[in-house]
Design a binder for this molecule. Structure first.
Ligand SMILES: [Mg+2]
Length: 350
């Protein structure tokens, strides 16, 4: 597995800066009323230089920086930006697990076979987010979620940290146990009382010491994580309402005939799967990935559903030609998928 954890940089504050460019150079806090009991939701990077942090009271933020600008949160606006961001990310890495408006895990392994190319994909994700919204994000790339999560926080803002396979435990070792996802205040206290402050110390605990400090499953889970072992898969929300095939070529392909052949072959397989489930589809989509990992897709929607592989193939080829007319070049991957899937049997009965 190659997984990236992505985190938008100072998200709420960054959105406010975009919408009010005059605020960008000033210390800015998105949060509650500073005269009441409001807390800082997000501080921009200028405000952080004054020691202002998320979850601090706004009153304390004002003490640290009397000229800090405090603006109330506008959640609907942030949700809209978030939606645009995730749509742009999906264009580069289709399989992902959102864990919040501004963070989530990306299945980078699906599009990059190794860690060197995973970095290129991470850069393509940053470019896509910047292109769609002007927002910046940071990514950590690793062999499992826990390491990716810690890594995404290392080079903020706008950073990428890649931890290649085999380096997980060494990467985590120097950090405070507090930074290890899953270590709550209670576990931190118990470990701290025994002099265990760094992840590397937790990783090195013997079974006996561990059972004494953090008995049961939780202790073993945290020690595994400290060693960079985390079998959690990505949990994608169920919105797989499409059937598709795609293929990454061993070498980039520019020959149009070869690309058409591939698409027609994949279309036949898609049609087989539709027929097996007694379904028809109204939308055909062709996806293209260029050598720089950027993606184009073209779709067409028909008035009636079809499950005919040759027709799906012909449409897919037309869509490819259209996309290549917009942006010519060799391709790293092509794919065909169908969506707006309907039950053939039900249609026939209706
Ligand atoms: Mg964030």
């Amino acid at each position: 597995m190659i997984v990236a954890h992505l985190d938008l940089d100072a998200f709420f504050a960054a959105v406010e800066e975009l919408e009010h460019p005059e605020l960008a150079s000033q210390p800015l806090v998105v949060g509650g009323d500073p005269r009441g009991r409001g807390v800082v939701a997000t501080a921009n990077y200028v405000a952080r230089r004054y020691g202002i942090r998320s979850a601090m009271s706004c009153a304390e933020a004002l003490r640290r920086c009397p000229h800090v600008v405090v603006v109330p949160p506008r959640h609907r606006t942030y949700s809209e930006y978030s939606r645009t961001v995730w749509t742009a990310i999906r264009e580069v890495v289709p399989t992902l697990e959102r864990t919040g408006l501004d963070e989530g895990y990306l299945d980078v392994g699906e599009v990059a076979p190794d860690f060197r190319r995973a970095r290129v994909v991470a850069e393509a994700v940053q470019a896509a987010v910047r292109g769609a919204t002007s927002l910046s994000c940071s990514l950590g790339v690793a062999s499992c979620k826990v390491v990716a999560k810690v890594a995404s926080d290392r080079r903020k803002p706008g950073g990428i940290t890649v931890v290649p396979a085999g380096r997980e435990a060494a990467f985590l070792a120097p950090f405070s146990v507090r930074l290890l996802p899953g270590v709550g205040p209670r576990a931190e206290d118990r470990l701290g009382a025994a002099g265990i402050e760094l992840v590397g110390q937790l990783a090195a605990l013997s079974d006996g010491e561990l059972a004494r400090l953090l008995p049961g499953k939780i202790g073993r889970l945290l020690r595994d994580r400290a060693r960079g072992i985390d079998p959690r898969p990505l949990e994608e929300p169920v919105d797989t309402v499409s059937i598709g095939h795609e293929e990454t070529f061993p070498q980039d392909v520019s020959d149009r005939e070869q690309l058409h052949d591939e698409l027609r072959r994949m279309a036949l397989r898609v049609a087989d799967r539709l027929r097996e489930s007694g379904q028809v589809a109204r939308t055909v989509t062709t996806k293209l990935r260029y050598p720089d990992f950027s993606i184009r897709s073209r779709s067409t929607t028909l008035p009636a559903g079809l499950a005919d592989g040759e027709r799906i193939g012909a449409l897919a080829c037309e869509l490819l030609d259209r996309a290549l007319a917009d942006r010519p070049g060799a391709l790293r991957l092509v794919g065909v998928s169908v969506s707006k899937i309907e039950d053939f049997e039900q249609l026939a009965l209706a």
